[in-house]
Design a protein around this ligand. Sequence first.
Ligand SMILES: [Fe+2]
Length: 466
Amino acid sequence: MFYMFFCLFLVAGFQISAGLVNNHPQQIHISSGSSNQMIIVWNTFVDTKESIVFYGMAKGKMDSLANGTTTKFVDGGPAHHTQWVHEVILDDLKADTFYFYMVGSPKYGMSDVLNLKTWPSGENWSPSLAIYGDLGNLNAQSLPRLQFDVAQGMYDAILHVGDFAYNMASENAQVGDEFMRQIEPLASSIPYMTCPGNHEVAYNFSNYKHRFRMPGDKDQRMYYSFKMGPVRFISTSTEFIFFPQLGLIPVFGHYDWLKKELEDANKAENRAKQPWVITFGHRPMYCSNSDNDDCSHSESVIRTGIMGHLGWEKLFYDNGVDIALWAHEHSYERLWPIYNRKVRNGSYDNPYTNPLAPVHIITGSPGCWSKHDPFNKTMPSWSAFRTQDYGYTRMKVYNSTHLYMEQVSDDKGGAVVDKVMVVKDKHGSYPYDPTPIKPMEEGSEMFRKLQHLINHYKRTMSSKRK
Ligand SMILES: [Fe+2]
């Protein structure tokens, strides 16, 4: 059947152009929001007019065909580098099944035969993930090891927690093209789930928005959630508030969405299905790096917001976020369970058994052009472990009570340099804490920068009251 389709398309119009052409699909990557869905995306440098995926459960039997959409993407740089982004959504796949697939246009060119595996259905399975942010095109030291892991079938998905390529928009977006080709061995076989970072800001995040298509983010808002076995992952954008010049609506819109999303995730009926609520976003609430980033301040913007508004920490605490994943710092840091700058271990002997606050992990050290971010000499009391080694994080969610994470050091030949088992007999809101979160200091550099945002917020609130 597949060959019949293919021959028909060949007869319909094979085109030969004079000079050099590059019609072939490239930069192939996938994402998913469920066990019967795969979102397949690739780019071409000519308008192939069509976006087609052939797929099936055997290499010689790719007899299913799906059509998708094509979007012209013109980079904002002076060369106006142009390409076409193809997106096909497969939503009739069998759960827990290997598929072979080819993407492209039978008239212009098809990709190699690739393969993917769908997630098991339901909640009672054990997802495995690789997690990192801040992976560059240059000095992507951990990439070969990740490729090897993926080839062994170690993961069901990758979370890339912002900052890609350094930068996708650089050199008229050719760095982005090269980076997407570079991660294709990973991203074409398991869902490559993303959130934006500060390095995606150029031309209002247009490289990020065009290149990545995530489930439930049809309007390219750059935030979404998805369920994976016993986990609800919530992908956030920490960036809106740091770039208010790009628009204030996303700042407030994202916050309102995040609040509703967390409240929904924490409803008893939803928590019964997805007991683990895990957020990922680029800029951390806390870190002990010495680079003066937001997270290194006592009252970070992400954590405390502005004048008591728009902070995330109370939302996370009130709605029982289990794990908060971050990057941005080019290092790895595991925190003791923490809320409002106070350590809230489950107990002295078993700090991560029934912790009394979210567990924060900062994992931004797979390797990139700008290398490492140093730590403060003094390790704060809330920091449990930290390392400068290049590497990445692995997570396995065994069941509703046990979640395991480990840190792989690429510098040490793949050795596991940190590990933690988070055990929770019960998920949900943490004990009520009346202590207010101290707001950011007025007059600070960040406060001045965001002053107009505060004023806008005040005006919005007062007009709502009228
Ligand atoms: Fe960053």
